[in-house]
Write a protein that binds this ligand. Structure first.
Ligand SMILES: NC(=O)c1ccc[n+]([C@@H]2O[C@H](COP(=O)([O-])OP(=O)(O)OC[C@H]3O[C@@H](n4cnc5c(N)ncnc54)[C@H](O)[C@@H]3O)[C@@H](O)[C@H]2O)c1
Length: 439
């Protein structure tokens, strides 16, 4: 196997982490976790960059360093947090309100959390029907608002003496927008921003501003945002990494493990009913049919990609797939999902699988935010531009190059991620062939 190395610039100085939706449940759980880990009060459980290892060379070599010791990543102590929200309150107040973490945890990092305040957001209720807020920028055109975001990024960098920044969307899910002519190239996108075109959502303005300011952009929600030809073109022009969409955390994480199992054993599928109850603000936003449509598209896409009905028509051509999300306030962030899976085996005999996952939405999302921040920064330092397909591992609807199809299988995604790290460092790629052990 041919070895290739990337020149990776060392992560010197501070790394700015700019978050859209800074006061949300995911963001504040991420911030609080990093702050607690820095103080030795908690463990970064769920984070591949902090706790994961990577096997190098042959199995007989017994080389499996921690990923953070193998590849030069920014240190947690070097992260500086900032961002935007439509709510004008510090992150301690928001974290308390989110109700994800216990007060004893939050009080041990109260000062640090209180020091993080959001900048005024670019927001329009047209795109998130269930929210309203006053901590919002005013401007005549979307282009003007985008320029204000650029100014914010520059000010944040200078004020905190930052070497580099990463921007990540942890904001609410916007209404569904189909890619169309205004997203076709950078010129059309800029014209549409100047004309206040309705198909330019606030998230696109943040993404455009980031890319213009030399900042990689990742999207944790299912909004279209950076997944357009125009912003892909801009990322190529500016030599910056982009990634998305929609953090893969609970039900879909499980789905992308179970579906490959069925396909591996050629077990047929006649139906998959996925239901969720959740009671946090995200649940409230998703209660609006237009935001739900964005999420639904994202959650539905994974089965088709994994099962490939065109290759296995007898097994997967006619399955019924339904996803429901129900807003149920008593549960807060502690989401519950049920999956009923109707399958068939040898000679067509039916069977069922039932999964009941009692998870915590933001507890599962926080380590993903951390990994994405560190890997996006790594990608930039390694000169990797455009879509970062190797980060599909973290997304429900991974972005992919035109002409390809997305890879949804969690373990293929993990192999792709680890092989990319090996490739960046000039280590042998691992194919799991293993014949050499039996020569
Ligand atoms: N496991 C998970 O929690 C998970 C998984 C996948 C995707 N997501 C997505 O991540 C996002 C955040 O989830 P959450 O639970 O933290 O939601 P949340 O409602 O607690 O937080 C979202 C925050 O975004 C802010 N916001 C909305 N529009 C904004 C704008 N234009 N500019 C600045 N701020 C804006 C809101 O005021 C809010 O504080 C949602 O889109 C959600 O669908 C979450």
């Amino acid at each position: 196997m041919k070895k290739t190395t990337h020149t990776i610039t060392k992560p010197k100085g501070k790394l700015g982490v700019l978050i859209v939706g800074l006061n949300g449940a995911v963001s504040t759980t991420f911030l609080a976790g990093v702050m607690a880990v820095r103080k030795g009060l908690a463990m970064p459980i769920g984070s591949l960059t902090q706790m994961g290892t990577i096997r190098l060379g042959k199995r007989t070599e017994h080389r499996s360093p921690l990923i953070k010791n193998f590849i030069p990543l920014a240190k947690l102590d070097d992260l500086v947090f900032g961002g935007w929200d439509i709510r004008n309150e510090d992150c301690y107040a928001s974290a308390c309100e989110a109700g994800v973490l216990e007060r004893t945890h939050l009080d041990s990092i109260k000062k640090e959390l209180q020091a993080v305040h959001p900048m005024k957001a670019v927001f329009d209720q047209f795109y998130v029907k269930r929210l309203s807020g006053k901590h919002v920028k005013k401007g005549k055109t979307k282009f003007e608002l985008m320029e204000m975001l650029r100014e914010d990024i520059r000010t944040f960098k200078t004020a905190n003496k930052l070497d580099r920044c990463v921007l990540i969307w942890c904001g609410s899910t916007e209404v569904f927008i189909s890619p169309n002519n205004v997203h076709k190239n950078v010129k059309k996108l800029e014209d549409a921003m100047k004309k206040n075109h309705p198909d330019i959502a606030p998230s696109m303005l943040y993404a455009y501003a980031a890319l213009k300011e030399g900042v990689p952009f990742a999207n944790g929600a299912p909004n279209l945002t950076v997944d357009t030809p125009a912003l892909m073109e801009l990322a190529k022009q500016t030599g910056l990494p982009i990634a998305g969409k929609d953090f893969k955390t609970g039900q879909t994480l499980v789905k992308t493990v179970i579906a490959p199992m069925l396909k591996a054993r050629l077990i047929g599928l006649s139906g998959w009913f996925s239901s969720n109850i959740l009671g946090n603000r995200d649940g409230e936003v998703l209660d609006d049919p237009e935001s739900f449509k964005t999420k639904e598209e994202s959650k539905l896409s994974v089965l088709e990609g994994i099962l490939q009905p065109e290759l296995y028509p007898e097994l997967y051509k006619n399955y019924y797939h339904k996803v429901r999300i129900n807003y149920y306030p008593p549960r807060g962030d502690n989401k519950e999902s049920w999956d009923n899976i109707d399958i068939f085996g040898w000679m067509g005999y039916p069977m069922q699988v039932k999964i009941n996952f009692l998870c915590r939405d933001s507890i599962l999302a926080a380590p993903i935010v951390l990994d994405l921040v560190l890997f996006m920064d790594l990608a930039q330092r390694a000169g990797m531009k455009g879509i970062q397909e190797w980060l599909s591992f973290y997304f429900k609807s991974p972005m992919f190059a035109p002409g390809l199809y997305p890879e949804h299988d969690l373990f293929i995604q993990l192999m792709k991620l680890k092989n990319t790290l090996r490739h960046m460092k000039g280590e042998e790629l691992i194919t799991h062939l293993g014949l050499e052990y039996y020569d």
